[in-house]
Design a protein. Structure first.
Length: 116
């Protein structure tokens, strides 16, 4: 199972970016998918998750600005990020979790830089 994230880059304050993550692997059917991020010198933190039934959860710092979505058939999870600020600068990691296998999966991360 591999998770490949796309869409990172540099954007100015107030701008938008869309991250996409594609999962590969025939037996990969995650119950939960999401995004975490890690800013320089900080611990990795949850950004947003989405369950198979499209129930979503957001950290308070991104609520109202970010939107997570998934396509179960395509095994993708996207993160639309709006009104970005310097505090959003981080490496963003795609994440998946299988309840039946009690396993979590991580992508390699994609860098998002927001310039002031």
């Amino acid at each position: 199972v591999q998770l490949q994230a796309y869409g990172g880059g540099t954007v100015q304050t107030g701008g938008s970016l869309r991250l996409s993550c594609v999962a590969s692997g025939n037996n990969f059917s995650p119950d939960v998918m999401g995004w975490y991020r890690q800013a320089p010198g900080k611990q990795r933190e949850l950004v947003a998750t989405i369950h198979a039934g499209d129930v979503t959860n957001y950290s308070d710092s991104v609520k109202g600005r970010f939107t997570i979505s998934r396509d179960n058939a395509k095994k993708t999870v996207d993160l639309q990020m709006n009104v970005l600020g310097p505090a959003d600068t981080a490496v963003y990691y795609c994440w998946g979790y299988s309840v039946s296998k009690t396993m979590q999966y991580w992508g390699k991360g994609t860098l998002v830089t927001v310039s002031s």
